[in-house]
Design a protein around this ligand. Structure first.
Ligand code: DCS
Length: 521
């Protein structure tokens, strides 16, 4: 017996070593030449690290933000050193950092789940609503050992996935399956997981909208694939035209690229458009015909500000067309970061994965399991956003008032900023039908373009930098999202507190007027 065990251990050690040193050119630390100092590894410099890391860009936290942080520090150490007193971060969709309050019901449930002894105290009934107490019990009962500090199943706690599936079923009027849900720390890791799964080499491409949220370009670069751009039509309110997608697919194929998936962001970031149902049907039809995985980024599904549009999940659209699981591979990304909840720092999200074979699903599970599991507070929040209080629950009225208050204020802020941008000389701005951003186009004077070129800066980055230095307002240059060459934009969130919007409008207007007169042809 003992001898058998020793043999087995030796075999295992060999196979482990084999996995680590599978190429004969690598020298093993167990061999004698490990003592040879001349084979010392190259030092870690930007020339020796993974070039994909160097190539990857993420403008939402790029150079303008670094400058903003520097200015903020200067304001602290030397008040009055700039023509403004505070930095207004309009660069990132981070609602609570700008004062948005979390939804009370969600936080009550989270607090109770994180500290279950509260549930046994009499005072708790005076401090917390009865439905948050009940929900916390329900959730704790779903978590093995009621241990929120324990690792869970790699897809997330099964009971929480059950309730997310029930929430999806409610939303779509169609059954949903807990086994299709993978809970992740925000939507970002889900996107990385799909890119990791789909991209084998730079010969594999992913169709992405341009402008796009740079998580897509960054993750495609990091995972070694090729971004195949399709341009949204600014003239039609950032319309997604299938003729354009088809043209770009064919162009990529003619260059030897195997296109594996199509990314659709609905509602759009940075572009704010909400897709019409007919348009969604065309997209589904196209993916089905071309055999593409549909990667549907649906993180802004609750952020819709116009009466004539509503959110439809791509799953609901594809099933309504008669397509089942076997007809189309579809991944829907969702997150606790956006909507009216804005819990980005809690890092919760999920992807619903349908239409893949069982053995591919196993591989997705394997990738998820390498991360062990996503954080449990984020998992709980994901279950809550998909199952908020219902009519008759004690919290329902206050919950609805909080939710409607946030969403209606966002709609007003979006409209005021849109009108303000449109009133500026040389600026046009499409409506933000949804999401959290405006993406105005800047028609910059030739002299401004030349001044930007002279300092080797893209004209929209030049404008954004000037705006920051003059007003303290941080926006992201359009070049960070991609745009039709020769056009220039900035992205500005609609998130600053409503009472600050008039001041922002006046700061931007004054800055813009002086910028335009400085560079007038
Ligand atoms: N998908 C879209 C379209 C997003 O806008 C974001 C975040 C994500 C996914 C990922 O977010 P989480 O990982 O937090 O779920 N939006 C960024 C932005 O443009 N501003 O803030 C963050």
């Amino acid at each position: 017996m003992r001898r058998f065990a020793a043999d087995r251990a030796k075999k295992l050690a060999l196979s482990f070593k084999g996995a680590l040193y599978s190429q004969s050119s690598f020298s093993s630390p167990f061999s004698s030449d490990s003592a040879d100092m001349s084979s010392k590894s190259a030092p870690v410099t930007v020339d020796t690290i993974n070039p994909k890391v160097i190539k990857c860009e993420y403008a939402v936290r790029g150079e303008i933000v670094t400058l903003a942080q520097k200015l903020q520090q200067e304001l602290q150490t030397k008040p009055g050193s700039h023509p403004f007193d505070e930095i207004l971060y309009c660069n990132i969709g981070n609602p609570q950092s700008l004062g948005q309050q979390p939804i009370t019901f969600f936080r009550e449930v989270l607090a109770l789940c994180d500290h279950p002894p509260l549930l046994d105290k009499d005072e708790t009934h005076a401090l917390f609503s009865s439905d948050s107490i009940e929900r916390a019990w329900q959730i704790l009962d779903q978590i093995p050992g009621r241990a929120t500090g324990a690792y869970s199943h790699s897809q997330g706690v099964k009971g929480l996935r059950d309730s997310i599936a029930a929430g999806i079923a409610d939303r779509d009027g169609l059954p949903a399956n807990a086994d299709d849900i993978f809970l992740t720390d925000g939507a970002s890791p889900s996107v990385h997981m799909m890119m990791q799964l789909l991209l084998r080499s730079e010969k594999d491409g992913i169709l992405c909208p341009i402008p796009q949220y740079p998580l897509y370009s960054a993750s495609i670069t990091l995972h070694g694939g090729t971004l195949v751009p399709y341009y949204l039509n600014e003239a039609t309110g950032w319309g997604l035209e299938i003729s354009e997608v088809k043209k770009q697919l064919e162009a990529a194929q003619s260059k030897g690229i195997t296109v594996r998936a199509l990314v659709v962001i609905n509602p759009g970031n940075p572009t704010g458009q909400v897709l019409a149902e007919d348009n969604q049907r065309e997209i589904v039809e196209f993916c089905k015909k071309e055999g593409l995985v549909l990667l549907a980024d649906e993180v802004y599904q609750e952020n819709i500000y116009v009466d004539n549009k509503k959110f439809n999940s791509f799953k609901k659209i594809s099933r309504s067309m008669g397509y089942g699981e076997e007809d189309i591979a579809l991944v829907s990304f969702h997150s606790v970061s956006k909507g009216y909840y804005g819990e980005c720092g809690k890092r919760g999200g999920y992807m619903e994965v349908t239409g893949f074979s069982a053995d591919v699903r196993e591989q997705i599970y394997k990738i998820a399991s390498v991360n062990l599991c996503s954080n449990i507070s984020g998992q709980i929040l994901a279950s809550l956003i998909m199952n908020p209080p219902k009519v008759g629950d004690e919290s329902f009225e206050s919950y609805s008032a909080e939710k409607d208050g946030i969403l209606s204020s966002l709609a007003r802020r979006a409209k005021t900023l849109e009108d303000a941008f449109n009133s500026l000389e040389g600026v046009t701005c499409n409506k933000a039908e949804g999401a959290m951003y405006l993406f105005p186009r800047l028609y910059l004077p030739q002299k401004a373009i030349e001044a930007a070129e002279a300092v080797k800066t893209a004209p929209d980055a030049f404008y954004a930098r000037r705006l920051l230095n003059a007003t303290g307002i941080v926006v992201v240059p359009g070049s960070g999202f991609g745009q039709v060459p020769g056009t220039w934009h900035i992205r500005c969130t609609i998130l600053p507190p409503e009472d600050k919007i008039p001041a922002i409008v006046s700061l931007v207007t004054t800055f813009h007027e002086s910028f335009m007169s400085e560079f007038h042809d």
